[in-house]
Structures are given as C-alpha cells and as structure tokens.
Design a protein around this ligand. Structure first.
Ligand code: NAP
Length: 473
C-alpha cells in the first residue's frame, strides 16, 4: 500500500508545524521534513512527532554534525531518517530507522543496474532511489525493476523524476513503492515532476491516465487542456507528457500497457511512424495515413485521427466551405495528410506545397491533388491551410509561403496556436483576406474528440478553452 508523503519545506519551527497540520488535513499519510530548508536547525524538533510517520531529511552539513541532528530527530519522534548512499552515516543507525537514498538527476539506468543499486541500499535501511526519466526505455526499466522488487516483498521506494517520470508517481501503487512524495503546494515542489498532495489525493490509487508523445514535447498545451477537462468532468484522471525519441517509439505500446494508459495523443514527428505499432486503424485515420490519437481498448491499441475533426470544425467556424473550393495545403507531414483527407472528402480541389517538394509530390499523388513549388505559388486559393511549424514559438519566425498569394476571398488557417498570430496570419490579415484562424479551435476540437474516445464523455469545451488561455497568457 503506497502512502502519500507530503514534503515539508519550512523556514522555521512554527512554519513546520503549520505546514504539517495543513498536509495532514489534506490527507498526507506521512511527512518528510526537509531539515536542510531551515537556515538554522531548530533546538526543538518536536514537530517530527506530528501524528503521522515522519522522515527527517538533511543533505548538509558535514557528517559528524549531521549525526547529532539525526540522533535528535529520532529522539524527537522521527520514524525514519533519510541518508544518502554515499554518506558514511548510512551504517551508523539501526536499519529499521534509515531510508537509504540514491538520486540520479541525469538518467535511469537499465533494470539490472537499478536492482544492483537497490541491493546495495538495502544493506543500510529501506532502499529509496529516484532516477531522471527521459522516455519510454527509462519508464520500462523502472517498471521491470519495480516488478522484481515487489516480488521480494520487502519495502522499497522507487521514483521516476522529471516530466516524463510523472506517470511513475501517479502509478506508484502499481509499482509497489512504499511512498509517493508529493509537494504540499506547487511552488514547494522539492523534485522535478513531483505532483501536489491535493492532486495525489484527488487521483486516488487507480486514476485514469492519458498522455501525449512526440519529440520534443516542449510546446504542447495538451496537458493543461485535458487536465482541466478531467477535473471538470469529475474524473480521477491525469494527462502526462511522455516524450519519445524516434528510436524509442516502438516501446510506446508496452508503456501504454504496463502503466495502464487509457489513451495517448501522438504529435510531431510520430503521427505516421506510429501506425505499424497499432492493432487497428480507424477508417478516417486510414484515409489520412496519420494517427494523432491512440485508444487502449481491450482488443488492443487502436489509432484514430481527431485532427481531421479539428480542421473541419475550424473551417466551419469561419464559414469556409471546401466544396468545389481551390484549397492550398502547405506542408506534407501528418497534419497535412489530415488536411488532405478532410478537404478531399469535402470536395475541394487540392494543391500541396512543401519545403521539400518531393514530399509534396508524394502526398499529392496519394490524394489525387496537384503539387506546386513554393516559388510558383499564385493568388489562386480561397482556402490556405498551413500545416508546418514555420512561425511557431521555438521555430524560425517566418512564413512558409510568399505573401503575394492572398486574395480578398481567401480564408487562411494556420494550425499553429502559439503564437496566436503567426507571421503568415499577420501578413494575411494585412492583405485583407476574408478570414483568418489559428490552430486554437483545431487543438480544442481534436482534444475534445480524443477525450471522448478515451472516456466516453463529452468534455466541457469552455473549460478547455479557459485552460488554453491560462497557459497562453
Ligand atoms: P510533421 O509531420 O513533422 O510535418 C512537418 C511539415 O512541416 C513537413 O512538411 C516539413 O517539411 C514542414 N516544415 C518543418 N519545418 C519547416 C520550416 N521551418 N519551414 C517550412 N516547412 C517546414 O508535423 P505535423 O504533425 O504535420 O505538424 C505540422 C504543424 O501543424 C505543427 O506546427 C503542429 O504544431 C501543427 N499542428 C497543430 C494542431 C492543432 O491542433 N492546432 C494539430 C496538429 C498539428 P519537410 O518535408 O521539408 O521536412
């Protein structure tokens, strides 16, 4: 049984008491007092006898001085003292009073190495190790090491740090970890990826977990949007980021199964390459040749494309009717494919332009469309749809096409939502086009459709939009 352990980071004894009471009221089943947060270690450590098992942690000062403080902590009511594996103090206290800890802030080693670390730590007390999780391989190493440790039956604490490690904290009960360390308040988080006590209590021991994968995953707004939707729907659910380098994408299905993830969004650059790893592809996703949503169903992993619904809703919101329209898609990746699938089904005449012309040709052939070189583009389109990251925050601040191609009748959609106004949209507006729309509506609509696929519930779009705006602010 995993206990939620709130980390108490206080400046003095009075604050330690206040925060301890707050944590216990919020449901903490154990407290870790970071004695190293005190500028001066208080003479009175009686807060360590706070009514729930407490841990005294002190990473400095020198060992001899620390030894006395640890002795005082135990005498004052601490159930455990936390001592790092490289300290000479680790074998100077009764094993049952020691949590012997190891941290790697860079990486997660392979399963064998994790188990060797735990073997070593166990000789001094309850073993605790925290590893920086970088992606699927690290998550699976944590999972398989935890399975071996669980079998042994003795208590252990295993944590995956960082944003990609968040799922190990949410699934700490499944892992069998004795404690789930939580931040009392977001600003008091003492380790990367730590969730708040309130969130851990809300989630309980068996939450629904959804995720997004892509590489890199720095700019996604999806966690904020989905987490707001989970809360509004009163679902014990959490949406996490699991970045996956291309060479680790094949491990994603196992991560989904092991960590019991109900579904995953797939973004740049995996929308096409993920397809071979799925059991069934929905016809709409098949028509696009791209998947942005995975659903973990009892029959296996299913691939869907909710981007298509997002594009349809976005164009409808500015009354752009694709039937018979001359439509230009810029880009030839997964999102461009979704656009082509939608526009073809809706009866548009499609042209495709892309930085790498050969890819535009291939995509055009696939959808019975025309391919056009960027330098040959003319003002001939009533719908222009950017499906490239050109102009997105973190990418080059530029337009993917010359600004001479707009007319008064053109509707310009940029799939980018950050920034709100891309160079392409700014130029289109300045040229007086009929309507401009960025990627926000598409993002919300594709997210809402994914959410429904995973939970069977229609989410509150107003809540999702509010979460988007809060993140964008
Ligand atoms: P992708 O599969 O990686 O494809 C990227 C496409 O953009 C390729 O055609 C690539 O051209 C082109 N490209 C990349 N960098 C470029 C640059 N600096 N200048 C010009 N062209 C460039 O990505 P994707 O999944 O299709 O996503 C494309 C864009 O749509 C991204 O900005 C993404 O954020 C956005 N999107 C938004 C939503 C939403 O909900 N709002 C949903 C999906 C996608 P090459 O072939 O030459 O490499």
């Amino acid at each position: 049984m995993t206990a939620n352990c709130a980390v108490i980071v206080a400046k003095d004894e009075g604050e330690a008491w206040t925060l301890a009471k707050e944590a216990i009221l919020k449901g903490a089943e154990a407290l870790e007092f970071r004695l190293d947060s005190f500028p001066v270690i208080p003479a009175d450590l009686s807060f360590l006898a706070c009514g729930v098992p407490s841990i005294a942690t002190l990473r400095s000062p020198l060992d001899e001085e620390r030894k006395d403080i640890f002795l005082r902590a135990l005498a004052s009511g601490a159930k455990y003292i936390d001592i790092e594996s490289d300290s000479v103090l680790r074998n100077r206290f009764p094993k049952e009073q020691v949590i012997c800890s190891y941290h790697d802030f860079e990486k997660t080693p392979a399963e064998d190495e994790i188990l060797a670390i735990f073997n070593d730590l166990r000789s001094s007390g309850i073993p605790k190790a925290a590893f920086m999780v970088r992606g699927p391989a690290d998550l699976l190493a944590v999972w398989s090491a935890a399975s071996v440790l669980r079998e042994k039956g003795a208590p252990f604490i295993l944590i995956g740090m960082g944003a990609a490690g968040e799922v190990t904290r949410i699934r700490s009960s499944d892992l069998g970890s004795m404690l789930n360390y939580c931040a009392l308040r977001p600003e008091l988080a003492s380790a990367p990826g730590q969730i708040t006590l309130e969130e851990a209590e809300r989630l309980g021991t068996d939450p629904q977990v959804a995720a997004v994968t892509g590489y890199p995953l720095t700019h996604t707004f999806s966690p904020e949007i989905h987490n707001a939707a989970f809360k509004a729907a009163k679902i014990r659910g959490r949406y996490v980021k699991i970045p996956s380098a291309p060479e680790e994408l094949l491990l994603i299905p196992e991560v989904i199964r092991k960590y019991r993830i109900i579904g995953m969004n797939v973004t740049i650059p995996h929308k096409e390459s993920v397809i071979p790893f799925l059991k069934r592809i929905d016809p709409l996703a098949e028509s696009a040749g791209a998947v942005n949503t995975i659903r973990n169903s009892p029959a296996g992993l299913e691939g869907y494309n909710t981007d298509i619904l997002g594009i349809a809703a976005s164009l409808a919101s500015v009354d752009a009717d694709p039937k018979g329209a001359e439509a230009l898609i810029i880009g030839a990746g997964g999102a461009a494919k979704a656009a082509a699938a939608y526009l073809k089904a809706a009866g548009a005449h499609i042209s495709i332009a892309n930085r790498t012309f050969a890819r535009a040709e291939t995509l055009a052939e696939l959808f019975g469309a025309r391919s056009v070189k960027i330098e040959d583009l003319k003002p001939a389109y009533t719908i222009i749809l950017n499906a490239t990251p050109a102009g997105m925050s973190g990418f080059e601040h530029c337009s993917p096409v010359p600004h001479t191609i707009f007319t008064k009748d053109t509707v310009v959609m940029d799939m980018i939502y950050d920034p709100e106004v891309t160079p392409l949209l700014a130029a289109a507006k300045a040229a007086g086009v009929r309507a401009c729309i960025n990627g926000k509506t598409m993002l919300i609509e594709q997210a809402a459709a994914s959410f429904t696929l995973w939970t069977g519930i229609t989410p509150d779009r107003a809540v999702m939009r509010k979460a988007f705006e809060a993140r964008a602010a």
